[in-house]
Design a protein around this ligand. Structure first.
Ligand code: CA
Length: 225
């Protein structure tokens, strides 16, 4: 994968870059938010490793602008230890996953690999339809009632899993495993944040909701009964 590392601590940035390059990725690193944003927009990488606390332009602003530009890049944010608030803000702003500092390189590599994998791989050209919600799986495009909806890569993954089996209830643990491929470090809040984001984009403004929460059971996507 082509990876852009935006991290202002040169030592850490170098450490991350070398480790990912050793694993066969094509990595470039910048140490400043504004420079990072410029790089991310001019030549969108497959994945961005984004520190949140950056000089000149903070990571959350960088992320918001990347998402506004509908960049297809997957974004892994690095948050300071114990800063739950940061993590939630990062995911809210459109990050696909997060990693808390300090982390091991093995942990980082595992997250990067998981982000690089597609969640589910139906036959190329597959079109998923639930009511007026359509997903072109191959081209990673979603539309409702003919109107395109811009989704981040992980939002798309979550929606794809739900749309592939309409009416089936997925527990948060199962969604977490399917989408983030994380079984031990399972995080309910992350799944909740993504469902909230999807609801805003897919259901808000439509008379018929498609995404349902079954309290303490999980989530499902279906036509109303
Ligand atoms: Ca920093």
């Amino acid at each position: 994968m082509r990876i852009l590392v935006i991290e202002d601590e040169p030592q850490l940035a170098g450490h991350i870059s070398r480790a990912l390059a050793r694993r066969g990725h094509n990595v470039s690193a910048v140490h400043d938010g504004a420079v990072g944003l410029q790089a991310a927009l001019t030549d969108p990488p497959d994945l961005i490793v984004l520190d949140l606390n950056l000089p000149s332009l903070d990571g959350l602003s960088v992320l918001a602008k990347i998402r506004q530009a509908a960049s297809p890049a997957r974004v892994l944010v690095l948050t300071a230890r114990g800063e739950v608030e940061h993590r939630v803000k990062g995911l809210d702003a459109g990050a696909d996953d997060y990693l808390s500092k300090p982390f091991s390189i093995e942990e980082l590599a595992a997250r990067v690999d998981a982000l690089g994998r597609r969640t589910a791989a139906p036959a190329a050209g597959d079109l998923l339809k639930v009511g007026d919600l359509h997903m072109d799986v191959q081209h990673r495009r979603v539309a409702r009632a003919g109107k395109a909806i811009a989704l981040s890569p992980r939002e798309l993954d979550v929606l794809q899993v739900l749309m592939q089996e309409p009416g089936r209830v997925f527990s948060r643990t199962e969604l977490c495993e399917r989408v983030w491929q994380r079984d031990h470090e399972y995080d309910t809040r992350t799944v909740e944040i993504f469902i909230t984001r999807l609801r805003k984009k897919v259901d808000a403004g439509f008379a018929t909701p498609l995404i349902y929460t079954l309290r303490s059971v999980g989530y499902t996507l279906r036509l109303p009964t």
